[in-house]
Ligand binder design. Structure first.
Ligand code: G6P
Length: 489
């Protein structure tokens, strides 16, 4: 199993991310059921066949007892997953607190309301300590499973402290760190009380990657301005060594989506959906129910569109799939009720006895349903206020070879840099702008739709998740070899 089909040795890869790519449900004292969970990183790495990858991460559940921990470890091992067990209090302070209430909004340029801001400032120190502690717990598990020559690839804002913990333990370990969110302007990053600690730890990695060149540039300038370190086009000079910093835009396993469209069960879903929405254009939003996704703003823009375009009122439907996430964080709870309130109001205002303009679902769809939905969509609305990349836009494009629908895309999503030429780009804060983009998309001539779609389809097909991961890991190997050569000289 350590060799691929042509007998080449597969490189061992330890992928460390806060969340494992499976969700675990306890079915008995020593039994668990596991389900592969969706999400950007998960779908990206599922497609990587060139490595012998193991995942290390939190299983997303509290398992206080040893019997449960043992059983879960065993079940996860079959999926090549290794759990990090975090106690409830740590999860509260590290995950809900520092990660999702401090770093997440800050990295997406979103301010907290005044009262929360004060509360956050007060709890900052204890949450940061929990963050350091949790990162050390991840490092301990990595160290237990590490074998010489392994590549250790750390992911995301949850684990900014991990490269330092790993390198302190073993300076020879090959360590990469990749951020899936934006890295904000240094002016934002420097408001963070632990700004220097986080930068210094990330710099302990050999290779630091971001989705776009802008995020990489922001990181380098934060190191220059906050730490006074020298930045070069290749990275940052730190303690006599160069930490390589570069952009690696992620993609999807596009083949998986394209192939799925031919499956009988997907075809069946497609027919059902076509029947159900006959005579109406389908507009689609698929987002985690997160404030960065700009769901209320999107729905308000749709309302404005209906207000201004009476002709379309009974000829269009907006399907909004809002996948619940981080439901223990109060900001997310507030968002849920806010969205429900707006959807209810608009449906009351423009609905009839037989139909409503917005179908809103608070749940995720299975892969086949999702593919079918993408395939029947006329206009997709990806209007994040900020987004590291946004792979929903890629998934939509992959499923549109027949229909050649229009993608309306936020200029603040990383994907705007790769799919911008084929999409209609909008400022999601400007609902007038988004409303007119909707009108433009619905009225677009087939030739223009085809031209735009072809452009994006080519990109999505040729920039895959496999290629992304392969490039990152080989660049990491090269960086380490170059550094070794340099020290020998
Ligand atoms: C974003 C983050 C991921 C995270 C995912 C789901 O895409 O970049 O690291 O796993 O959201 O969020 P959750 O908090 O449920 O893991």
């Amino acid at each position: 199993e350590d060799h691929d089909v042509v007998g080449k040795y597969k490189q061992r890869l330890l992928v460390v991310a806060n969340r494992l790519p499976v969700s675990a449900n306890r079915t008995g004292e020593d039994s668990w059921s596991l389900e592969i969970s969706a999400g950007g990183l998960v779908s990206a790495l599922l497609g990587v066949k060139a490595f012998e990858a193991r995942w290390i991460g939190w299983a997303g559940v509290n398992v206080p007892d040893e019997v449960g921990q043992k059983a879960l470890t065993k079940a996860l091992a079959e999926k090549r997953c290794i759990p990090v067990f975090l106690e409830e209090e740590i999860v509260h302070q590290y995950y809900n607190g520092y990660c999702n209430n401090i770093l997440w909004p800050l990295f997406h340029y979103l301010a907290l309301p005044q009262e929360d801001r004060l509360a956050t400032t007060r709890s900052f120190q204890s949450q940061f300590l929990a963050y350091e502690k949790a990162n050390q717990m991840f490092a301990d598990v990595v160290n237990q499973h590490y074998e010489e020559g392994d590549v250790v690839w750390c992911h995301d804002y949850h684990l900014m402290f991990l490269p330092k913990c790993l390198k302190e333990h073993n300076s020879k370990m090959k360590v990469g760190w990749f951020l899936h969110t934006p890295f904000p302007s240094s002016e934002i990053h420097r408001t963070l009380p632990s700004r220097s600690e986080l930068l210094l730890s990330v710099l302990a990695a050999d290779l630091v990657g971001f989705h776009t060149y802008d995020y990489a540039r922001h990181f380098v300038s934060a190191c220059t301005r906050i730490l006074g370190l020298e930045g070069t086009p290749y990275g940052v000079e730190y303690q006599g060594k160069l930490t390589r910093v570069a952009a690696f835009p992620i993609g999807i396993d596009s083949g998986r989506f394209i192939r799925a469209l031919d499956l009988p069960q997907v075809q069946k879903h497609i027919q059902e959906l076509q029947e159900r929405f006959k005579g109406r254009k389908v507009m689609l939003g698929v987002d985690r129910l997160d404030m960065i996704k700009g769901i209320p703003q999107k729905i308000l823009a749709f309302e404005k569109f209906l207000e201004e375009n009476a002709y379309w009122r009974d000829k269009v439907v907006l399907l909004q799939i809002a996948v619940p996430t981080r439901t223990d964080v109060p900001e997310y709870q507030k968002l849920t009720s806010q969205v429900h309130e707006i959807v209810g109001r608009i449906n009351g205002r423009f609905g009839s006895l037989t139909s409503v303009p917005i179908n809103h679902l608070d749940r995720s769809l299975d892969f086949h349903e999702l593919c079918a939905l993408y395939a029947v969509t006329d206009v997709a609305l990806v209007t994040s206020l900020r987004d590291g990349m946004n792979l929903v836009s890629y998934e939509f494009v992959a499923c549109q070879e027949k229909k050649k629908g229009v993608l309306i895309l936020s200029e603040f999503a990383g994907a705007a840099q790769s799919l911008g030429a084929g999409a209609i780009l909008v400022n999601p804060w400007n609902i007038t702008d988004v409303a007119s983009a909707i009108a433009r998309a619905l009225n677009m001539e087939p030739e223009e739709r085809e031209k735009r779609h072809n452009h994006n389809f080519l990109h999505v097909k040729s920039h895959t998740a496999q290629e992304w991961a392969g490039t990152f890991v080989s660049e990491l190997n090269d960086t380490v070899i170059e550094a070794q050569l340099r020290t020998r000289q």
